[in-house]
Design a protein around this ligand. Structure first.
Ligand code: NDP
Ligand code: OXD
Length: 309
């Protein structure tokens, strides 16, 4: 197989190529660029690939995405219909997502942000004990990321609800189907978004949803910026409907320096780092799937283009 690595965002593509080549010594692995012979690649490993990859490499059969989300790939105008898209399944990201959510959940439910403020005033002032039943975590999306997040919260005895298209069961949580959104939201105090960005989910984090949450709600968005209607969040923060938000992803990344989110003390901003695909685990997974394909066997993680995830 001729395997090319193509990413406009990766600062060190050689690190990926070297790791892939070590894992697949029987195949040829190289960084894709337009200076090399074209039209020979069978497989591309990508994250934000240059769009011209697809017009130059007509032999490609599989596109391995370094991330879990394929929304950006599906926007590429000339993406060939016959190309099989394969997403990253975990790759070390799910445990990081769980850590991220637990950090903000614990910070809010145990008043750790308020204790930081009290320390600044040298005030020794114990606050009320936690009422864990008042801190139901509602996770939107029960896939690889959402299920791991839900299980981590449940392991610390928080009540957990998970909402997904199918209502698939998640250990330790109560599951809700797509048509049970209102029941799911009515229970939820800390809303965690782990949905893929699709036509159905774009803009889902809106006032209509925030208004159905329990009072004093908190939002954690670890999926995509375009899930959130930013003006609705700001309005709900101002009205007190939502107490705060931890946001890892934004419609415009990097978040522009003048954006209001940076200076709003109710919002915690991180630069799209909630779950990073780690080189060793990612390469191991891709190499395993390439070997499976060479044996002529089916692989998991194939994107259903009609569903958009
Ligand atoms: P999965 O495909 O494993 O899971 C997606 C889940 O969303 C499934 O449970 C699915 O339901 C549910 N879902 C999809 N559409 C709808 C809908 N319209 N209504 C209700 N539920 C829906 O994805 P992952 O868990 O691996 O990843 C989720 C997203 O997280 C990625 O697409 C990406 O955008 C984001 N991400 C962000 C990272 C970061 O660093 N911030 C890192 C990694 C991922 P069902 O189970 O019924 O199919
Ligand atoms: C992903 C991401 O989709 O890192 O994997 O955002």
């Amino acid at each position: 197989m001729d395997i090319v690595f193509a990413s406009r965002h990766e600062s060190n593509p050689q690190e990926w190529v070297a790791a892939l080549q070590r894992a697949l010594p029987e195949h040829r692995v190289r960084v894709w660029d337009t200076l090399q012979p074209q039209g020979q690649a069978d497989i591309a490993v990508v994250w934000a690939p240059p769009p011209e990859l697809f017009s130059h490499e007509s032999r490609l059969t599989h596109l391995f995405n370094l991330g879990a989300g394929v929304d950006a790939l599906l926007q590429i105008p000339d993406l060939p219909d016959g190309l099989t898209l394969v997403r990253m399944e975990d790759g070390g990201m799910a445990v990081q997502m769980a850590e991220y959510v637990l950090h903000y959940l614990i910070r809010e439910s145990r008043d750790l942000g308020r204790y930081a403020d009290l320390q600044a005033q040298a005030r020794w002032q114990p606050l009320a004990d936690i009422d864990r039943d008042a801190w139901t975590v509602g996770v939107m999306g029960g896939g690889v990321m959402g299920a791991r997040v839900a299980q981590a919260c449940a392991a610390l005895d928080y009540p957990v609800a998970v909402w997904s298209r199918s209502g698939r069961p998640v250990a330790g949580a109560q599951s809700y189907r797509q048509d049970q959104l209102a029941d799911f939201l009515a229970r939820t105090r800390v809303l965690v978004n782990a949905l893929p960005l699709t036509a159905d989910t774009r803009g889902i984090l809106s006032r209509a949803v925030f208004d159905q949450l329990r009072p004093d709600a908190y939002l954690i968005n670890i999926a995509r910026g375009d899930h959130l209607v930013e003006a609705d969040l700001l309005a709900c923060l101002d009205s007190g409907r939502v107490r705060g938000a931890a946001l890892d992803v934004f419609s415009c990344e990097p978040l522009p320096p003048e954006h209001r989110f940076w200076s709003d003390r109710r919002i915690q901003v991180t630069p799209h780092v909630a779950g990073a695909s780690l080189v060793s685990l990612t390469v191991q997974q891709i190499a395993g799937k390439v070997r499976t394909l060479v044996r002529g066997e089916p692989i998991t993680g194939i994107v259903d283009r009609a569903r958009q995830y």
